[in-house]
Design a protein around this ligand. Structure first.
Ligand code: NAD
Length: 334
């Protein structure tokens, strides 16, 4: 089968690429060709037996979507997005990429006409939910976003459902939890500290905590995110009916729970590297985010995630740090 990943140079896209190449197959079939596209040129790793190609491509630019689906890929992962903070600051950019880019992709698939009905896995977000909401959000709770990013993702979900209902494609929208621990350098996202207060101390480096310890949120690891995507590509979509968007399993944890897990995995010194420095703006943004879900549909459909925060930290240590915990070895030096 032929597979296309759009947004392949991003954090999840790179890990998904690695997983597909490692497995060599998807949905029980051998992958013959994997095409990687991103506005930032992705690298095409060598993989015996799989034709891996990569290109720098702006999904929102005229003609790009049609070119990307010209070869009729069997599975399309649509991960390309402008993330929440940027989409809030720049409405035009968010609309152009998160909404118009998604529409362009779906239209390009439709243009092939009957006989072409690829599996499309679209990464939505728990940002489709806006306060007020219950402490634990059930599957039938109505989305009502309070950010432009959430609104753009929700419109994408609705289009994926409608195009699936019409038989133009076979789509699944995944409302990803906040993916933690995000590897790499700290970024400016309002959610960045959820990863930073763990990732930096594990390395023996200081980190700033801008909110109170009782802030509760919904998390899954990058490893689970890849698992969700692979499962969505392979699953029987019949049981979804016309409701193609799924709340996904995760771990509901307070910042205090995160820090307690860090201490269990990496010791007291790691925790001492976290410096509280209240940021009212970040605290206000985070206060409007979902805290926990009861994702019964996704669980029944076989989606799985970590069960506690220790497992999320352990996944990071195994996947990003080669099983080592630098702070326990005296790294850093504050
Ligand atoms: N990481 C999370 O916590 C999280 C949570 C919920 C949803 N999501 C969604 O999951 C997806 C992947 O997340 P991520 O963490 O890997 O994000 P990321 O920012 O690391 O990756 C997104 C990629 O999309 C690319 N992109 C942006 N505009 C593009 C365009 N016009 N054409 C082609 N590519 C473009 C970017 O260059 C980037 O490589 C995104 O859709 C994101 O909205 C992520």
């Amino acid at each position: 089968m032929n597979v296309l990943i759009i947004g392949a140079a991003g954090m999840i896209g790179r890990k998904l690429t690695e997983a597909i190449l490692r497995d060599g197959g998807l949905a029980g079939r051998k992958v013959a060709a994997l095409h990687l596209a991103d506005v930032v040129a992705p690298t095409a790793p060598d993989a015996p037996g799989i034709a891996v190609t990569a290109e720098a491509a702006d999904l929102a630019a005229p003609g790009t979507a049609a070119r990307l689906v010209a070869g009729k890929p069997d599975v399309i992962f649509h991960l390309a997005a402008i993330v929440s903070g940027q989409a809030e600051v720049d409405l035009d950019l968010g609309l152009a990429i998160n909404l118009d880019g998604t529409r362009a992709l779906l239209d390009a698939i439709r243009a092939h006409g009957p006989g072409y009905c690829p599996r499309v896995v679209f990464t939505s977000s728990i940002a489709v939910f806006g306060a007020p909401f219950p402490e634990v959000i059930p599957d039938d709770f109505a989305p009502s976003p309070r950010t432009s990013y959430g609104a753009q993702k929700l419109i994408g979900e609705i289009l994926v459902s409608d195009f699936s209902r019409r038989g133009l494609l076979d789509g699944v929208s995944l409302r990803l939890p906040t993916i933690c621990i995000r590897p790499g350098a700290p970024n400016a996202a309002a959610s960045g500290f959820f990863s930073g207060i763990l990732r930096e101390p594990l390395q023996g480096l200081p980190a700033v905590l801008p909110v109170e310890r009782d802030v509760r949120h919904w998390f899954a690891s990058p490893r689970s995110a890849v698992g969700f995507l692979l499962h969505a590509a392979a699953m029987d979509t019949g049981p979804l009916g016309h409701r193609r968007a799924l709340n996904l399993p995760g771990v509901a944890a307070t910042v205090g729970d995160q820090i307690a897990a860090l201490e269990r995995v990496a010791g007291r010194r790691a925790v001492e590297l976290i410096r509280p420095e209240h940021d009212p703006m970040v605290a206000e943004i985070v206060a409007g985010w979902p805290r926990a879900f009861a994702p019964e549909r996704a669980l029944a459909l076989g989606f799985t995630a970590e069960r506690d925060f220790d497992a999320i930290i352990t996944a990071h240590v195994e996947d990003e740090l080669g099983g080592r915990i630098p702070v326990l070895e005296g790294a850093g030096g504050t």
